[in-house]
Design a protein around this ligand. Structure first.
Ligand SMILES: Cc1ncc(COP(=O)(O)O)c(C=O)c1O
Length: 414
């Protein structure tokens, strides 16, 4: 069982100061901090086990390969995938989604006149790759609206009637976020998979935010693809996970060619390695891959701990209170039925960039701008918003510091 201070004890950054004050790091949705178990392994691998994986027959290469494959096995376990073959290691969620988009197009699974369904609240990483495919093959985007904004119901829910109607307009691929990095709302992805599958349409879930705060069982979810980034869930940057159902990974052509993804190469013809290596061209980020093991084991140990769940609830109710105190604050998806600890907001008469700059001078790190989801932020936040996102290593005391700082900043800027 972890008490809030025991969780925090795992993080060296917890003792950092900014502007002479203890750092309140509330930009976790951009990247999380790494616990000591991850940093120690990262260091150990670089110092003692640094070799290229999969190729050589010497000891150090075997060691490095073994660590890397343990990372893959940890991702398999964390997602409850049926086999490690269904886990492709990429450089992040962005690379994973681009991989699926390009492979679907190159394999002829999306073509001229076909629809690709996304929602209005997608991160650019689950929008631009599909837009690129549209330009390549003559497909089009079907964008399903969400209920968010100042002048409408504001629960952040996807308009499921619009989703159902769009599915029937020649959609060949659904790509939807598990939890939006702006709204913080957890989408009914199981229901959406069921509806898409009833029409034979494959589904990719962008789990970059969802995986951090919800347990995911890809077999139960039955999605075709699930993508996430290591660095948002305690692992280093530059490593990501793409889960793909075996039947899809086997029939998709590879996206990138190079070393490690081949079986036999001649000038006339190349045959490819089996999955998942078919999709892992070039020297992989073996340190990042290996670090998925301690990172995901740490995440799982927190997720299974009742005391941590109670602490997360306490953080969220403290945040509700803190945001409620600010006069003129508009919170995106305020009435969300199921929210992760992620809050994106505007404050009347206060520019988000000014507020974030002043908050930094008080040691409080918040994100400002469009946060890589420009269409939704343009519509509900006038192009720029503020975002506070929390992890279990944050504390209620930090929320109180954030609350005081916000009050001061609003007074200074109005
Ligand atoms: C919902 C969502 N999808 C995708 C991404 C892209 O992740 P990365 O930049 O690590 O590839 C992010 C990152 O913020 C995100 O929040």
């Amino acid at each position: 069982m972890y008490s809030p201070s025991q969780i925090r004890d795992n993080f060296d950054f917890a003792s950092r100061t900014v502007a002479g004050r203890p750092l309140v790091y509330f930009d976790n949705a951009a990247t999380s901090q790494r616990p000591r178990c991850v940093l120690d392994l990262q260091d150990e691998l670089c110092r003692r086990h640094n070799a290229n994986i999969h190729r050589a027959v010497h000891t150090i290469s075997f060691e490095a390969t073994d660590f890397y494959e343990k990372g893959r096995a940890a991702a398999q376990k964390f997602l409850n995938a049926a086999s490690p073959d269904e886990i492709v290691l990429t450089s992040g969620a962005t690379a994973a989604i681009n991989l699926v988009a390009q492979c679907m197009a190159r394999g002829g699974f999306i073509g001229q006149g076909d629809g690709i369904l996304i929602t209005e609240a997608e991160h650019h990483s689950n929008l631009v790759p599909w837009q690129m495919v549209c330009a390549q093959v003559g497909a089009h985007l079907e964008v399903v609206p969400v209920r968010a904004g100042k002048d409408t119901a504001n629960d952040g829910a996807i308009d499921l009637d619009a989703f159902r109607a769009a599915l029937r307009r020649g959609v060949k691929m659904v790509a939807v976020t598990h939890a939006s990095n702006i709204l913080g709302v957890v989408n009914p992805v199981r229901e959406m998979v069921l509806e898409a599958h009833a029409l034979g349409i494959p589904v990719l879930i962008d789990g970059a935010q969802g995986i951090v705060h919800r347990r995911v069982d890809v077999q139960e979810l039955d999605c075709d693809f699930y993508a996430f980034s290591g660095h948002k869930i305690y692992a280093p940057t530059g490593i990501g996970v793409l889960y793909g159902k075996r039947e899809w990974l086997e029939k998709l052509p590879p996206f990138m060619g190079g070393g490690d993804m081949v079986e036999k190469v001649t000038f006339e013809k190349t045959t490819y390695a089996d999955i998942p290596l078919k999709f892992e061209a070039g020297t992989s980020n073996f340190v990042g891959g290996a670090c998925l093991a301690p990172a995901l084991e740490f995440a799982a140990s927190l997720a299974e701990d009742e005391q941590v769940c109670t602490h997360e609830k306490a953080l969220m109710s403290a945040m509700d209170k803190a945001l409620g105190f600010v006069d003129g604050l508009f919170l995106a998806a305020k009435e969300a039925a199921d929210r992760i600890p992620l809050y994106t907001f505007t404050i009347e008469g206060v520019h988000p960039l000014d507020a974030a700059t002043l908050l930094d001078k008080m040691g409080v790190a918040l994100r400002s701008g469009h946060m890589c989801a420009e269409p939704i932020v343009d519509r509900i936040g006038g192009g720029s918003m503020l975002r506070a996102s929390l992890m279990p290593y944050n504390t209620v005391e930090e929320v109180e510091i954030f609350s005081d700082a916000m009050q001061k900043v609003v007074k200074m800027l109005r």
